[in-house]
Design a binder for this molecule. Structure first.
Ligand code: B12
Length: 316
């Protein structure tokens, strides 16, 4: 990997953003000779990243790139492409390079930076960065170029990133939050998809009971009932098949009680639901989602909360 792209020039706005100062400060530094300036053919200022980083270290101005030395230029470009162009390939490639070299802290720091970036929505971060990178990890493992232990390290690193993103905000303890139960299907040890769903719901003000991976279907029903949850979200991945999903829906349907209505949602590697046509679905609503982005849109439109839970006392 090329260690430092010596040709990376920034605009004054980008420098201001990187150093958290006003653009007029950057212009002043340029005019006073503190920053060396190149001009484009159109007369716009361009400043070398190396010069910006020298200035920031001389003046002890912290930047988000400090944690990535000597890969500052790579990280800057990767973040820029992801945030401004919606292209996450460079983030994924950098992360894969660091995983194979054992640079787990850098890998985590890159994902944290992206996850906290106001220019990337949380669902998009999960779909494009987390899922995209873990997909690469799966393919690299399948082709024999990555060890199982390295795949586990990647899962652990991203779990830690997601939990740190969760801790970022103050806990919402208000009493009247809608309640959800989130976890992965029985027989499924994949945990990260459910964790993404948990965080999205919490960010949207839900009180989430996260039950983790490989949870018996009956337990989803029991916890839904005991917590009077309006929403049950089940993450679904191989080795489970469409037949397993159908079985789960049937069992949840049998346990369903009208006094505790809820919306049932499956997400992940889900098959299209026509195969459920012959089932009687008693749920308030039922949905399957292949991405967190689609699920986020459905939540924005009121999925799970459009009908409030009936008070048990009101039902004979
Ligand atoms: C990490 C991993 C593991 C880890 C999981 C660790 C952990 N803590 O989670 C471990 C080592 C346990 C594991 C085990 C196995 N794995 Co695995 N695993 C993966 C890998 C590399 C990444 C999965 C992941 O974390 N993705 C990141 C998350 C964020 O993505 P996601 O789950 O898709 O979730 C996103 C969306 O789908 C959606 N979503 C997910 N759930 C939900 C739920 C709701 C309600 C909503 C709205 C949205 C939603 O939102 C998320 C954000 O975008 C994948 C590769 C891949 N292509 O996915 C293989 C993969 C899934 N595993 C695979 C296999 C074969 C296995 C094993 C059978 C291996 C074995 N021989 O033992 C076992 C099965 C164990 C079991 N019973 O589950 C295969 C499945 C192939 C197939 N189609 O059959 C894959 C595809 C790898 C491959 N290329 O072969 N695995």
């Amino acid at each position: 990997m090329e260690r430092f792209n010596s040709d990376l020039f920034l605009t004054t706005t980008q420098v201001a953003e990187l150093l958290s100062v006003h653009p007029s400060t950057v212009k002043r530094w340029c005019n006073e000779g503190d920053l060396e300036v190149d001009k484009t053919d159109g007369g716009h200022r361009r400043i070398h990243l190396r010069d910006v980083l020298s200035l920031s270290s001389e003046r002890s101005i912290p930047t988000l790139l400090d944690a990535f030395s000597p890969y500052e230029a790579h990280v800057w470009t990767a973040l820029h492409e992801a945030v401004d162009e919606g292209d996450f390939r460079r983030v994924r490639a950098l992360a894969m390079g660091w995983l194979t070299r054992g640079h787990l802290r850098r890998l985590g720091a890159l994902f944290l930076e992206l996850g906290r970036h106001p220019g990337v929505s949380f669902p998009r971060f999960c779909d494009e960065a987390v899922r995209g990178f873990m997909h690469d990890v799966g393919e690299t493992w399948r082709s024999g170029r990555l060890r199982v232990g390295e795949e586990h390290m990647a899962s652990e690193a991203l779990t830690e990133v997601l939990l740190r993103l969760r801790d970022a905000g103050p806990p919402d303890e208000s009493e009247d939050r809608p309640v959800a139960v989130v976890g992965s299907m029985e027989g499924d040890r994949h945990n990260l998809g459910g964790l993404c769903v948990r965080l999205l719901l919490e960010r949207q003000g839900w009180d989430v009971y996260f039950v983790g991976a490989d949870v018996p279907v009956e337990d989803f029903a029991a916890i839904q009932r005991s917590r009077n949850a309006q929403l049950v979200c089940i993450s679904f991945a191989p080795p489970n098949t469409a037949a397993d999903m159908k079985r789960a829906v049937r069992i949840l349907g049998e346990f369903y009680q009208g006094a505790h209505p809820y919306t049932l949602v499956f997400g992940g590697e889900v098959a299209e639901p026509p195969f459920l046509d012959d089932l009687d679905l008693p749920f308030q609503a039922f949905g399957t989602f292949a991405s967190l982005t689609e699920f986020g849109q459905a939540l924005d439109e009121g999925l799970g909360t459009e009908t409030r839970t009936v008070d048990v006392g009101e039902v004979a």
